[in-house]
Design a protein around this ligand. Structure first.
Ligand code: NAP
Ligand code: MG
Length: 454
């Protein structure tokens, strides 16, 4: 059995059976068996089942949000928003089955057209930071396109995925179409990557594991989409509304206790406004409400585990670079205070590696060219934001930064209807929006001769 721990209390909140590679094989066999019938379901009927799944999740929104808040240690207000997004994601992709449009292509001697076919069995491997939200970004388009699914949640946070499996069955999804396997990545995840009957792996997690998945998938030429790490920049120009930026930007690092691939953990500030920026930011960070995830006023919870807290703490070995910190509750729980390091050079370890915790580096810069150079001086390219009142500059810099998702004068990063994914070592492919459906289908081209007698 696997003990599921609540990070805010360090207590066991549930026990679930732990799967092995044999369970992966059974799940793949069930998914393979269910595939022909699922792909044959009429598009409108598939859409109706997906809408029923959305309704089923919505009916249990409060209890799912509570599970997520307790198991991942995230504030209940965030968890409620995330489960709301899961509902929206299933509704958005419910339109998918009827929008898998092909093309007609002019050719000589006949008619040429394309189909978007399902891939078959897709293996989905997801992390613990946004457990059900990230699962839904994969499950919904995969099902909409007519695939069957084996879903492996992170062992630390499997409870919401197990609930989803039940809700989907109750909503009329046929048996075998969605199979949740709760087991370790090193055995079950790896078996999925190597399994000859899985056609595609969609993964969210660390760049290191993403790399090993890309290698493992090569053996069977599996399709792979990867959402990996980030070290994104918030770029604050002197001509921005500094008070507004300094009050907002901390939430793009300390949200989800920094355990967010989109975290804009490098805060680049134009030197002439550095002091004012830090002064306002300090007020915001010190006032941040860190505590019980189930309290509706909480803004930041604990980290996911003791070992993860140790990894985060290694980036702040002493107080030398700490400009200021927020507070944490006493007692049990894997707490780590929101911590701001300043001034930091982009060559330091804290500015180069993904910390995945509530640690922000404030990096001064001089002028637009240097801002772009520093923002791009990273192996990652997932997210970012630009703060300026100069519209031309905002667009110039947005075009110059090598990253998948940007916001201007806002922390916004993920929306159901817009594409999300990374440049460089932040990943391959896009989730959400219309683009995601393409990643769960194969293009088939058919030529039909119209010559006489054919
Ligand atoms: P991870 O190891 O990449 O885990 C993500 C998922 O992959 C989990 O379901 C995990 O399973 C599974 N997995 C692990 N090894 C695998 C393998 N060899 N083959 C197939 N699947 C495998 O992430 P983590 O260890 O939880 O976190 C480590 C670091 O990754 C974090 O500190 C952070 O920097 C980064 N991270 C990024 C994201 C993101 O959203 N991009 C999310 C989480 C973590 P189990 O955990 O169940 O064993
Ligand atoms: Mg790991």
């Amino acid at each position: 059995m696997l003990s599921i721990v609540e990070p805010a209390t360090e207590e066991v909140m549930a026990e679930v059976p732990r799967a092995g590679t044999g369970d992966v094989d059974s799940a793949v066999a069930a998914a393979r068996g269910a595939f022909p019938a699922w792909r044959a379901v009429a598009p409108g009927d598939r859409a109706a089942i997906m809408r029923a799944i959305a309704d089923g999740i919505e009916a249990k929104l409060d209890s799912l949000a509570r599970i997520e808040a307790r198991n991942a240690g995230k504030p209940i207000s965030d968890a409620t928003g995330e489960i709301g997004m899961v509902v929206e994601t299933f509704r958005y992709y419910a339109a998918g089955p009827e929008r898998l449009l092909g093309k007609t292509i002019p050719v000589a001697g006949g008619v040429d057209f394309t189909f978007r076919e399902p891939m078959g069995v897709v293996g989905l491997i997801v992390p613990w930071n946004f457990p059900l939200a990230i699962a839904s970004w994969k499950v919904a388009p995969a099902l909409a396109a007519g695939n069957t699914v084996v879903l492996k949640p992170a062992e630390l946070t499997p409870l919401s995925a197990l609930e989803l499996e039940k809700i989907a069955l109750e909503a009329g999804l046929p048996e075998g179409v969605l199979n949740v396997v709760v087991g370790p990545g090193s055995t079950c995840g790896q078996r999925m990557v190597e399994h000859p009957d899985i056609n595609k792996i969609a993964f969210t997690g660390s760049t290191e594991v993403g790399r090993s998945i890309a290698e493992g998938a090569a053996g069977t030429i599996k399709r792979v989409t990867l959402e990996l790490g980030g070290k994104s920049a918030a770029v604050v120009f002197a001509d921005a509304d500094i008070d507004k930026a300094a009050a907002a930007v901390p939430y793009a690092v300390f949200g989800n206790a920094g355990q967010d691939c989109c975290a804009r953990s490098r805060i680049l500030v134009e030197r002439s406004q550095l002091d004012r920026f830090l002064e306002v930011m300090e007020g915001t960070v010190k006032a941040m409400r860190v505590g019980d995830p189930l309290d509706s006023s909480t803004e930041m919870g604990p980290l996911i585990s003791a070992s993860h807290r140790e990894a985060v703490a290694s980036f702040v070995p002493d107080e030398r670079n700490v400009a200021f910190r927020g507070g944490v509750p006493e007692g049990p729980g894997y707490w780590f205070p929101p911590t701001v390091l300043a001034p930091v050079s982009n060559t330091e370890r804290a500015a180069r590696e993904e910390i995945f915790g509530p640690v922000a580096c404030v990096i001064p810069f001089d002028g637009e060219e240097e801002a772009v150079r520093i923002a791009n001086d990273t192996e990652y390219g997932l997210s970012g934001s630009i703060w300026t009142r100069d519209g031309g500059r905002a667009l110039r810099v947005a075009r110059a930064i090598d990253t998948g998702v940007l916001s201007i004068n806002s922390n916004s990063s993920v929306r159901v209807s817009t594409p999300f994914g990374g440049f460089k070592q932040s990943g391959i492919g896009r989730e959400l929006g219309p683009d995601a459906l393409d990643h769960y289908t194969e293009v088939k081209n058919v030529y039909y001769s119209t010559e006489e007698g054919s």
